[in-house]
Design a binder for this molecule. Sequence first.
Ligand SMILES: Cc1ncc(COP(=O)(O)O)c(C=O)c1O
Length: 430
Amino acid sequence: MPKISLKIREQFPILKKKMHGKPLVYLDNGATTQKPQRVINAEKEFYETTNANIHRGVYELSEKATAQYESAHEKVASFIGAESFKEIVFTKNTTEAINLVASSLPNEIFRDKKKILVTIMEHHSNLLPWQRLARERGLVLEFVELAQDGNLDLVDLKNKLNNQVAILAVTHVSNVLGTVNPIDRIVKMAHKVNALVLVDSAQSIARLPINVKKNKVDFLVFSGHKMYGPLGIGVLYGRRELLEKMEPFMLGGDMVTTVTRKSATWNNLPWKFEAGTPNIAGGVALGMAVDFIKSVGIPSIWQHEQELVEYVISKLLEIEGLVIVGLENVGEHLSVLSRGRTQRSSPTTKPLIRAGVISFTVDGIHSHDLVTLLDAEGIAVRAGHHCVQPLLTTLGIKECTRISFSVTTTLEELDRFITVLGESVKILKR
Ligand SMILES: Cc1ncc(COP(=O)(O)O)c(C=O)c1O
């Protein structure tokens, strides 16, 4: 039985809701997680008791708001093992954080370099900014492909990583396949050839331990709303030495120290990258989301999800015509899984590691039809291309259905989902 207690689930008011008269079964946490009461309260309380602009007022309310906003930076820094809050820039979301890096990298990192490397499993957010940068700088954008087992092909990565690569942008967890990329190993490989690494942690920040200093990650990006925090706030971690060398992405208030008619000097980190009035209430509530995750514990969240993943995979494979995306090709796990079991087939078979993000297709059925029938029963899952069109094209599909878990997901919810899915497939195949 998953170890997460129901007391945690009870902290999420929206989960008491009914949809179409049925209890809400929310399995779209990859898109955004629901929020515990304490995060909702933190944002509300900020507006009720502390609202003022930061860094500008010398009056008490502004100083209080500033202290809370800065303390949220400190909390995030400590959560991901950063050296200092100066390395933590609050952005709107993951997308803005990646755009910031791609737009602001110093020229020196491109000296004698001709390539940008991404993986085929990147979300469009971690692809399009690199496509543009490659176009603008006349660089080649290369893709690391998938291995036979649906994981990232580390041999392909090794072959493509050479001293021509300026930066490698890689997701920690795929938002469609649920694969977990070995970030520590990847960073070591990249640094050997003097390439920087940006890790997209949007899908991993709330389920896997991350220590940027220990793993020597250059940039780490994630969104508050995918880690039980509010919408409209995200994070860019950057190694201080790199951030110091980067030009600000946006110019305006709060990111400057002195301004003359013709020029300006930039503020200290991290404010140099936070132009204009930021989402102060969102930042404060993000700090509360960090407190929430820490109170549950990342190891407990991961273990909880692993038990759900094993359970649901075995149940999904009992549905005729259903294929789990990224697990159907070849390789040992895949043949094991296609027989409906998740155990290892032999001592040499590597264990299957998948985060709580699973996508599937059902022969002859469009994901939108499936999701519509599930919705009628109060079950929220996602259909479509999930912002990874190059990955789906590579896998030979155009769309799929995705379920994604969080700390609130229960076995009972998954049972209900599987029952309704089975019935929906029967209806649509008639
Ligand atoms: C892996 C990954 N990267 C980036 C993003 C973009 O996140 P946001 O829309 O919060 O900027 C997502 C969103 O689903 C994602 O799953």
